[in-house]
Ligand binder design. Structure first.
Ligand SMILES: Nc1nc2c(ncn2[C@@H]2O[C@H](COP(=O)(O)OP(=O)(O)O)[C@@H](O)[C@H]2O)c(=O)[nH]1
Ligand SMILES: [Mg+2]
Length: 444
């Protein structure tokens, strides 16, 4: 069964369960009626008749303000940045707002605030631990749904004819939502055919066709993807984490270690980011919090030596998983890539099929920048998968589509929040559902 069929089925079930709030008899102000319409994908053949509206106005208000915020967020200034230069732009969403990467001079303050945040992160068994994976996706993708989704909705609410302008505007919208140029073009090409074929005319028909095509293109691009972790047949599984500073490597290791430990695995961490001040301590905080062991080295010491100690210990003491944290930058890009290659060689010498995974950690809030980083890392390291962090912090969840389409690397985990339990295995159907559910109705 294709991804879109799963999507439709889920949507249908939800629609059956949804208790639609009674439509406000009072047509209220022009404005709120308009917002309702933009939010709700239900076709309003007769806009004077409020019967098709089903969204309460508080949600609409929030939607309005969030999309305003979204428009305000500065797009990553330097699309062609190199790995090393990108470091400055990889901060939290909040600090990215209204800031171009080049204006960020003070790298240290970013480091500190990132670490503060990491250490203030709730430990395991926080309240959100009770949430199902579906709920986590739902909450974590709220911003994207209200950004990307609502823009699409507004666009559809305003269109008159499916003509050339329509496709051009749609392409722009897709590109601005980080879907990627290539994907946007593929989508509009296949839509031209499909809209004709399905004789889609109403807003809802066209909306359904767009989402269907987007999901299908996404589904097709990921046919052979392996999203699970590749565990060793026997002996320790070695998972190496790479990515620019601030992307979320250390935090992801902390979260993933907690998860594996809870599954009963014996976990060891290797703090091979000896370059960045405080990086070892940050990982150590996680080790203590998770109750797992850690191997460290001196600051500015040889990271490969830490890897060596780690893999020796993992083998000798029967660990199930070894996580290797690495530096996001060294003196320059070449050094960084050489260092990563050296670590890999050491691992392979000790365990021939190690590293079993090289996970590239990307910050979803950096959009196209994350994509260009990924291309650089991919060129010099055998990346086996992506961890896409801070999806909760972006209104442009389209990045997931671009990753699959342009990088052909599986997204294996996603970060949907800062809590230890907010790291989730990537689930394509939960993802597309969380993103687009408001835009499709299955009832004709
Ligand atoms: N909201 C949110 N914040 C995250 C997520 N993952 C990481 N972060 C934050 O991103 C910041 C940088 O993370 P860190 O692990 O230090 O990045 P590193 O330099 O790649 O090791 C920290 O403040 C983390 O709490 C996520 O999925 N959602
Ligand atoms: Mg780190």
């Amino acid at each position: 069964m294709g991804l879109f069929d799963i999507f439709r089925r889920k949507r249908h079930q939800d629609e059956q369960e949804e208790v639609k709030p009674t439509p406000t008899e009072d047509p209220a102000t022009e404005e709120s009626a308009e917002v309702d319409q933009a939010q709700d994908a239900t076709p309003t053949e007769n806009p004077q008749d409020g019967s098709a509206q089903s969204v309460d106005s508080s949600k609409a208000e929030r939607l309005k303000s969030e999309s305003a915020v979204e428009n305000h967020v500065d797009r990553s200034a330097n699309e062609g940045d190199t790995v090393v230069e990108n470091e400055e732009s990889s901060t939290t969403t909040e600090s990215r707002v209204d800031e171009t990467s080049s204006s960020q001079e003070d790298g240290e303050s970013i480091t500190e605030s990132a670490e503060e945040e990491a250490s203030s992160t709730e430990p395991v068994n926080s309240a959100s631990a009770d949430k199902t994976s579906e709920e986590k996706y739902d909450v974590g993708l709220e911003k994207s749904r209200n950004g990307f989704g609502a823009r699409l909705n507004k666009f559809l609410a305003n269109f008159r004819h499916v003509d050339e302008d329509f496709f051009e505007d749609l392409e722009d919208l897709m590109i601005e939502s980080d879907v990627g140029y290539d994907m946007a073009m593929k989508l509009s090409d296949s839509l031209r055919e499909e809209v004709k074929l399905q004789n889609a005319k109403s807003k809802q028909d066209v909306s359904n066709v767009i989402i269907q095509k987007m999901v299908e293109l996404y589904d097709d691009a990921g046919q052979d993807e392996q999203t699970g972790i590749n565990f060793a047949q026997s002996g320790p599984t070695v998972i190496m984490f790479v990515g620019v500073n601030g992307a979320g490597k250390t935090t992801t290791i902390g979260k993933m270690a907690a998860r594996f430990k809870n599954e009963g695995k014996k976990v060891l961490l290797a703090a091979a980011d000896t370059f960045r001040a405080g990086a070892t301590e940050q990982l150590d905080v996680w080790a203590k919090r998770d109750g797992v062991d850690i191997v460290t080295g001196p600051e500015n010491g040889d990271p490969a030596a830490v890897v060596f100690d780690g893999v020796k210990k993992a083998k000798a003491e029967g660990y199930d998983v070894l996580f290797v944290d690495t530096a996001g930058r060294l003196q320059n890009k070449v050094n960084l890539m050489n260092e990563l290659a050296k670590m890999k060689r050491i691992l392979t010498r000790e365990i021939p099929d190690a590293p079993h995974e090289v996970l590239l950690v990307l910050d979803a809030t950096t959009g196209q920048n994350a994509l260009s980083q990924a291309k650089l890392f991919k060129e010099s390291t055998d990346v086996t998968g992506i961890v896409l962090t801070k999806l909760d912090g972006t209104a442009r969840g389209g990045i997931v589509l671009a990753i699959r389409n342009e990088l052909h690397l599986p997204v294996k985990f996603v970060g949907l929040g800062e809590k230890v339990t907010d790291l989730q295995e990537f689930d394509a159907s939960e993802f597309v559902y969380g993103l687009f559910k408001g835009l499709v109705t299955t009832t004709d």
